[in-house]
Design a protein around this ligand. Structure first.
Ligand SMILES: *Cc1c(COP(=O)(O)O)cnc(C)c1O
Length: 493
């Protein structure tokens, strides 16, 4: 892939390749059927053509084939990006999502003509309720962060109904970055409580922060350092004692699917990222889905419409009685629902439990393979992910976690999540997922162990990595300040 890229030199963009008059397909002119665009669209008809590149179909195919070769995805190699669940997405999901009966629906069709789609969404809601232990489900939120925000708006509505929306939301310092952002968006003050040395909720600090101004406590469990907090029942009880809601960030349920349920742990609400746990493709900005599951008491406030089954056994769109309103067009990202539904039905309850067992086993296997080369932060049995520290290697060799991440690309692996969580020095967060075969885990561990040796013998090799990719090490500060795709593209030379 990289040699191919270098041989070709910089590639022009489609706009630069544009040749006036070049076309893929030449449909008959609209007027030839006796209908003019003006007659169809009236004042909305275009008066000049859109400024799109004009190229042949072959040029488009080559352009995208080239981009695909420069890309790295789960289908290319292991992608152990912690907190992101880059698991394999079975192709059967794609087959289902492309069935014309699903793909060609319009959201404005009457309910009677979309019974199958409504039934699929209803059953998906039921499946997510069963997996979460929380009976009220809205599929609308478009992603995890959107699910968090929606939950906070539901809490606000429920608290307002009892007279006081309250002022603040408490988070542990291990929270995913979207949590404080959602809290701010929902108009609450963010209060962060420190974690214990072992990465757990500090009960004393939590109790000190909880008061009658607290709307909610948000927790990821297992948390973002891969540890399941065993104090969870005590935590949710303490939150409820001040009349606040306990929120579970369930972006990633990989570790607990079929083992335990957030509802049983005392949580009032959680969002689930279908694009993580339920194997719908993500990365590159979507589309995803972050359904919100809530307790029976909160269900009337859910955004609507949701899919419902009436007494005659037919399906319809229904808006909950005290709904906060709509947070997404239609009922949400439907094609994502078809994929998640297919995944759930293909695996069955036993299969889903197997996902959790294998995800946890894979993470622990990799952790133990690597523990001599890189100290494990919070060294104990982990859940679906774990955190290593590159601090010792950096002190000994000058090679940083960033250098390790870049060098991993030369070995054909996507880097882990790095420098997160912030409380771990030179952090590397690995989530191998349940779909990686043992040989791939061994190969990843071998590459990392080899790199720890390379750092001692030839640190420059890591500091100047990657060496084999189409795009070499980028100036990250420059890339952040000047996000101009042309600049990145020109590296391919
Ligand atoms: C991925 C993730 C989110 C955010 O989900 P998006 O779909 O990217 O908005 C929130 N919390 C945790 C713990 C996550 O891993």
């Amino acid at each position: 892939m990289s040699d191919f890229c270098r041989d070709q030199g910089p590639r022009p963009t489609l706009y630069e390749s544009s040749r006036p008059g070049a076309r893929c397909l030449r449909p008959p002119a609209c007027d030839s059927a006796g209908i003019s665009a003006a007659a169809l669209f009236g004042a909305y008809a275009r008066t000049s053509p859109p400024a799109l590149p004009q190229v042949s179909e072959l040029e488009i195919m080559r352009h995208y084939d080239h981009l695909a070769r420069m890309n790295f995805g789960v289908d290319t190699g292991s992608y152990p990006l912690g907190s992101c669940t880059m698991k394999y997405n079975p192709r059967i999901n794609e087959v289902a999502a492309r069935l014309p009966g699903f793909a060609q629906l319009h959201p404005a069709q009457p309910d009677s003509t979309v019974q199958g789609a409504l039934r699929l969404m209803y059953e998906l809601q039921e499946d997510l309720a069963a997996a979460s232990g929380l009976p009220g489900v809205s599929l609308q939120p478009a992603a995890g962060a959107h699910g968090e925000y929606t939950a906070l708006m539901v809490f606000r509505a429920a608290l307002t109904a009892t007279g006081n929306p309250r002022k603040k939301v408490i988070l542990p310092d291990t929270a995913h970055g979207t949590n404080p952002a959602s809290v701010a968006m929902a108009g609450y003050d963010v209060v962060t409580v420190p974690s214990t040395e072992g990465g757990l909720v500090d009960m004393e600090a939590l109790r000190a922060a909880l008061d009658k101004d607290t709307a909610a406590f948000m927790l990821t469990n297992p948390n973002t350092v891969g540890i399941f907090d065993p104090q969870i029942l005590e935590i949710t009880r303490a939150v409820h004692e001040v009349g606040a809601f306990a929120y579970c960030d369930g972006a990633n349920l990989n570790a607990i699917l079929g083992i335990t349920r957030p509802g049983d742990l005392g949580f009032d609400a959680l969002h689930i990222n279908l694009h993580k746990t339920f194997s719908t493709p993500h990365g590159g900005g979507g589309p995803g889905a972050g359904p919100l599951c809530v307790s029976a008491a909160l269900a009337p406030y859910l955004p609507g419409p949701v899919a419902a089954r009436n007494s005659e056994g037919t399906y319809e769109r229904m808006t909950p009685s005290a709904s906060i309103g709509r947070v997404r067009a239609a009922l949400g990202n439907f094609a994502v629902f078809v994929r998640a539904y297919t995944y759930i039905k293909a695996l069955g309850a036993e299969g889903l439990k197997g996902v959790a067992e294998q995800a946890v086993l894979s993470a622990n296997y990799l952790r133990v393979c690597l523990q001599d080369s890189f100290p494990v932060a919070y060294d104990r049995i982990c859940m679906h992910e774990f955190v290593l520290s590159g601090a010792r290697l950096k002190a000994e060799t000058g090679v940083s976690t960033l250098d390790i991440a870049k060098r991993l690309l030369d070995y054909g692996f996507h880097p882990p999540t790095i420098y997160f969580p912030l409380i771990v020095n030179e952090a590397m967060m690995f989530e191998p997922t349940e779909t990686e075969p043992l040989a791939a885990l061994d190969a990843l561990a071998d590459a990392l162990k080899t790199m720890a040796e390379e750092a001692k013998t030839d640190p420059e090799l890591l500091k100047s990595a990657p060496h084999t990719t189409p795009v070499r090490r980028l100036d990250e500060a420059q890339a952040a300040r000047n996000p101009n795709l042309r600049v990145v593209h020109r590296f391919c030379s």
